[in-house]
Design a protein around this ligand. Structure first.
Ligand code: GTQ
Ligand code: FE2
Length: 349
């Protein structure tokens, strides 16, 4: 494809611009909007309603057998500002995945890392590098970069959950690899408890000593709602506050669960309005429980259980909890922090 051809009324300069174009060169003095005073973000603040996600997920379940639609029955949230790209922002993929009773999504692995957050239901299990992880409401499940994963629904009811991947980051770095596993998944039979969970989920602040071969992500692959819920209650109580956030940690090294994605759970008590803040990087949030409003930039969105919304980079966000609000948030903050590009500020009016 030819590069841009710039124009000038001055004959010599116009010829020069033509020659530049022939050689695929561009003059910076004709290029605008590259070094902006603040991020110019194409993604817009947006909310997907639980009701729409559930109804359309069910229809996908009825209309698209998992073999006809490819490996995974997934509906990607496409940010209206991104011109039709299947991304929720320039850095994150977010989607709902729907699995009918007795269906399986076959094993594969890819360099983009994924996480699942369960907004409702139970019964599905995921094998992560062969380790069986059961999934239930409020659980956070990790499928880190290049780990094999496959989802199975042995139960009698369909199940849907939220997927978030760092796919756009990995794609921008031209580092996407994908591999299907060969052969059918071995039937785990009676489902044992995850080995990772038994090794690393022993209790608060407890981790096995002398482990020298840690993976580049959290060795604990599932964070149970019961623990998150209790931690939030305790924190609200001890801080005597109406707004508390728990961060999911890698228990092996005390850092974010994966190199590219941070996960947090926030609880805001009824009647509370939070500080108005903004930061660089994308935040994807999902309402586990409660109702209220989120103000994103100049737009207010009602929130109900199961709703998903995106806060684009440097867009202000503020919550108002009508009833007690439990909000899961994942972000690309570890990437921004690693590159020293993280900025945040409180912008209370
Ligand atoms: O569950 O394996 O939303 O590979 C996108 C890509 C889910 C998955 C997505 C995937 C998966
Ligand atoms: Fe996958």
């Amino acid at each position: 494809m030819a590069t841009s051809r710039f124009r000038s009324d001055e004959a010599a300069l116009d010829t020069f611009y033509e020659d530049l174009s022939d050689k695929h060169l561009q003059p910076l003095w004709k290029l605008h909007g590259l070094l902006t005073p603040a991020p110019e973000v194409r993604a817009i603040p947006y909310r997907w309603c639980a009701d729409d996600l559930a109804k359309l997920g069910r229809r996908a379940g009825d209309l698209v057998p998992i073999d006809r639609g490819g490996d995974r029955r997934v509906l990607a949230m496409s940010n209206p500002g991104l011109g039709g790209a299947p991304y929720i922002s320039s850095t994150l993929w977010a989607a709902v995945q729907y699995l009918q009773p007795h269906e399986s999504a076959p094993a594969h692995r890819h360099t983009p890392a994924a996480l699942r957050f369960v907004l409702d239901g139970e019964g599905v299990y995921t094998l992560v590098d062969g380790d069986p992880i059961t999934m239930a409401r409020g659980d956070l499940v990790l499928t880190p970069s290049w780990t094999f994963h496959e989802h199975h629904n042995p139960g009698d009811v369909p199940m849907m959950w939220l997927d978030v991947l760092d796919l756009p980051v990995v794609a921008a770095l031209d580092a996407v690899f994908f591999e299907a596993a060969d052969g059918p998944a071995p039937d785990p039979g009676r489902l044992p408890r995850s080995v990772a969970e038994r090794r690393w989920g022993g209790g608060a602040g407890l981790a096995p000593a002398g482990v020298s071969d840690l993976p580049p992500h959290s060795p604990l692959l599932v964070y149970r709602w019961q623990d998150t819920d209790a931690a939030l209650d305790a924190l609200l109580d001890v801080e005597n506050t109406a707004d508390a956030t728990i961060r999911f940690r890698d228990p092996g090294r005390d850092r974010d669960v994966m190199p590219t994605m941070r996960c947090e759970m926030r609880r805001v008590l009824a009647g509370t309005t939070t500080h108005r803040e903004r930061q660089t990087g994308t935040r994807v949030s999902a309402v586990l429980d409660g109702s209220g409003t989120v103000v994103l930039g100049g737009d207010a969105f009602d929130l109900s259980p199961g709703d998903v919304f995106v806060v684009p980079s440097w867009c202000t966000h503020q919550l108002h909890a009508r009833t007690r609000l439990d909000l899961f948030t994942t972000s690309d903050s570890p990437v921004l922090e690693a590159l020293h590009l993280h900025r945040s500020e409180q912008v209370d009016a």
